[in-house]
Design a protein around this ligand. Sequence first.
Ligand code: DHB
Ligand code: MG
Length: 232
Amino acid sequence: MKLPVTSENWQAVDHFFTAHLLPDDPVLQKILDNSRAAKLAPIHLAPNQAKLLHLLAKFGGARRILEIGTLAAYSTVWLARAIPKDGQIISIDHNSKHLQMARQHLEMAGVLEQVELLEGDALPHLRQLAAQNQLFDLVFIDADKRNNPHYLRAAHVLTRVGGLIVCDNVVRHGRLADLSQQDADIVGIRQYFELLAQTPELDSTAFQTLGGKAWDGFAISLVLAPPKSREF
Ligand code: DHB
Ligand code: MG
């Protein structure tokens, strides 16, 4: 008999995964506890999703990672644990409270040395990184969704050929495909896909997830070639 697709049932599956594959980790747990205590929105990755990002980074031998949207550095710690000691993560967030917590959490996790935190709107920072011809092995987009098409253009400029661009929250409880929904964030997510469709230099897929984070999804693109334009 198939079980109905309810939040209770899919969360039970996530708990099963987590119990088997993701041992208790006091540092990561403390980050989530602090985030809750500080009343941050509970929008960090689910542990098994963060582990996917970690494995993608490890599989690709990533040494340099760019993260757009730090929050309290939960995913940043997972990514930092995937790169070598002399690797680097640059993570950008517009909120100084987020970054203050992030810095404490990175220090607690023993990875602060590998991470540079940039405060402010992401686009000016991204333009500066592009002007410096910086290149990353993996870019993780997880910030304000309305800017996703701009972040995708930036990520394409800033990711080496053979690198990956991963974007969180591309489904938003199915609102992606409900064209009656026109708020700026869901429109930004749709534009992300329109841009992917017009960009053969990015070899892309997307998938839906049900889990601790309800119904959402990821898009993943492999960079086959640099972008035609470096404007974003
Ligand atoms: C939201 C943002 C996220 O990055 C996420 O993973 C879930 C929700 C939000 O802004 O609602
Ligand atoms: Mg997210």
